[in-house]
Design a protein. Structure first.
Length: 206
């Protein structure tokens, strides 16, 4: 490779810097297009805040407070019961309040859920407030009617109502599944744990 060429005049010199890594020879290369995108997200960068999450956090907090306040009016169980009737509502209500606070803090810090691979959800689209309103109405109706109708009925309506709000149109099937689940949980708490759950209009039947 170090030998001199005999016909050097016919040899064309290469451009300076040719052949080096990550370099493009502009001479004779034509039009060069580069498509390099770099996204940097630092601690001081802009934060994306989803305000709809604040509404969900407030809803969870309200439900948690209502559950705790309602638990204070429950009649105490028998002295030999290992768990009092108000224990589980206190735990559920406190957990809802803690989740509401955690969600509000995460939202204020710009925490946004990232879609998983293959998930057909566009997180940039606005929230579906109609669906949120339907779910809130179903939960509120369950809270207001549970003492009157009892858990066996309101539990079935709660399941069927949530399924309807999320797009299900098999009402009879959803009511049947909800009734089976509500009866199973009612007997599980009342017979298995000794925790009385409102029977409502079915008092004496169940």
């Amino acid at each position: 490779m170090d030998r001199r060429l005999r016909h050097r005049r016919g040899v064309r010199d290469l451009p300076r810097g040719a052949g080096r890594a990550r370099r493009v020879d502009a001479e004779g290369a034509g039009t060069v297009m580069t498509t390099t995108h770099q996204t940097t997200t630092g601690p001081d960068g802009p934060r994306v805040v989803d305000r709809a999450q604040y509404g969900l956090a407030a809803f969870l907090a309200v439900v948690g407070v209502v559950v705790v306040v309602d638990a204070t009016g429950l009649r105490p169980g028998f002295a030999d019961q290992p768990v009092q009737p108000s224990f589980l509502p206190y735990v559920v209500g406190a957990a809802l309040v803690v989740l509401a606070v955690a969600l509000a803090v995460a939202t204020s810090r710009g925490s946004v859920a990232e879609p998983e691979g293959g998930e057909d959800v566009d997180l940039t689209e606005p929230s579906d407030w109609l669906t949120v309103g339907k779910l809130a109405g179903v939960f509120l109706a369950n809270i207001l009617l549970i003492d009157l109708l009892g858990w066996a009925i309101t539990g079935a309506l709660l399941f069927a109502g949530c399924a309807w709000a999320l797009g299900s149109r098999t009402v009879l099937k959803d009511v049947a599944i909800g009734a089976a689940l509500s009866l199973l949980t009612w007997y599980g708490f009342y017979v298995g744990l000794g925790l009385p759950i409102p029977a409502g209009v079915l008092d004496g039947v169940l």
